[in-house]
Design a protein around this ligand. Sequence first.
Ligand code: SF4
Ligand code: SF4
Length: 57
Amino acid sequence: MAAVVDPGKCVGCGSCESVCPVEAIKVQESVAKADESTCIECGACVSECPAEAISLP
Ligand code: SF4
Ligand code: SF4
């Protein structure tokens, strides 16, 4: 499992990337995506996202 980004809400700001402690989430082509094998589901990106685009399943 990993953090899930709603591509319709993500504005590509990169805040999630900056706050992730394990570098699991990256912005590619203006939309962030978390890597399933790296994400530790800490929730840091969820609270940091200004667009409320990230959730943890
Ligand atoms: S939940 Fe934590 S580990 Fe996973 S992408 Fe977000 S900040 Fe990184
Ligand atoms: S913090 Fe939110 S809006 Fe910004 S790049 Fe990450 S998912 Fe997208």
